[in-house]
Design a protein around this ligand. Structure first.
Ligand SMILES: [Cu+2]
Length: 144
């Protein structure tokens, strides 16, 4: 019986170790929008998927393309469209959240240089658990 307990104990450790290696957020279609001339800031879009069985909370982001990166949301207020900085973006267990023009998006503040079509930049998301997930993101023209 003791041997059986040891066996299951070992298995549990193995399983939790392998889970820790899998990213809590995945995406296959993240992209950055090509800059219009003179634009100081940029934006990123795409679908963030949570393949785990627990909610995931994104609390920060960073990119090689900009000084600072914020999570934003478009809001309609008094007939005006504006953007709002959000402190956290929750992706429910097993579900996806779409970042798109006019909705949630990743805002690149103070671009180092204009975003040019086909350039690739890093984008990392930080979760409230401390986990950091790295993506490689391509710049696309809005006209494509
Ligand atoms: Cu924004």
């Amino acid at each position: 019986m003791r041997r059986l307990t040891q066996l299951f104990g070992g298995l549990a450790i193995y399983l939790s170790a392998s889970c820790a290696l899998a990213a809590s957020v995945t995406s296959s279609d993240l992209w950055l929008r090509e800059s219009v001339p003179g634009a100081e800031n940029g934006a990123g879009f795409g679908t963030l998927h949570n393949p785990t069985d627990q909610d995931v909370v994104v609390i920060a982001a960073a990119s090689s393309a900009a000084v600072d990166v914020e999570l934003h949301q478009h809001v309609h207020r008094d007939g005006q469209m504006s953007m709002e900085h959000i402190a956290a973006l929750t992706i429910p267990a097993g579900e996806s959240v779409e970042l798109k023009p006019g909705g949630y998006h990743i805002m690149l503040m103070q671009l180092h240089e204009p975003l040019q079509t086909d350039d690739t930049h890093s984008l990392s998301l930080r979760l409230d658990t401390g986990e950091r997930i790295e993506f490689s993101v391509k710049v696309r023209s809005l006209l494509q």
